[in-house]
Design a protein around this ligand. Sequence first.
Ligand code: GLU
Length: 285
Amino acid sequence: MAFVTRFAPSPTGPLHLGHAFSALLAHDMARANAGTFLLRIEDIDPQRSKPHWEAQLLDDLTWLGIRWDAPPMRQSDRMPAYRAALDDLWSRGLLYPCTCTRRDIDQALSAPQEGAPHHGPDGPVYPGTCRDRPRPALRPTDQHLRLNMAAALAAIAAEATRFTETGPAHAGTIATSATGYLAQIGDIVLARKDFGTSYHLSVVVDDAAQGITHVTRGEDLFEATAIHVLLQRLLGLPTPVYHHHRLIRDDKGKRLAKRDDARALARYRAEGASPQDIRHMVGLE
Ligand code: GLU
């Protein structure tokens, strides 16, 4: 079976030890399976993505010994593909515009009859305020567009959202029920008004475009995978095998974040660490 995997960093800050682990693991898995390793620069957010972070991450990855088997895909070049996917979902009545602010959503959710709000992969589950408003004929490009989850579930076969997970925490076949989708994920935003797409939509469209057969990424994205598999079904795209790996934590057990400059690879490099030292630090030999 072909083995094509990828590392998909966002150039919004320095790569830290957690990224090094993720990239090395995916790269090692590709090499061990005589497969292909690809890189994708996830720069859909023009406010947060910076060319100097991209240059730095390419340099850090090369220093680590990582080689990609094709030129990197850059998400900012892929807007036509995202628009085509959104047009498709819109024409099938699966998206609706949403004008709610975060405050509107918090207020609706704190109404006494609502009970404790569920938190999904994207935060509190949307209360549906804009769902039944009349839809304009043309897909708006200056408003958030949400997936109508009930309509989406009605459009696919119930068992179609199963996927295979090979990561240590959840290995096996993962199934999410319709109730799970409605109560724990809900009507997620698929196009943001500020940049016309979303992480979930872009990652699904691009994994398919790059022919990814195995997605290797952090455990923090495990919950989001149910969304990705649903979108693959709706868009007629294949579902890869998923491998969600452990997260690298700091001494206090906290997950590393982009702002933890102390853990930046550049910092270790400046202090004279070797790529082999980095492998040891993240528990790879
Ligand atoms: N761009 C995402 C990140 O930096 C990773 C996306 C993915 O692997 O699906 O966390």
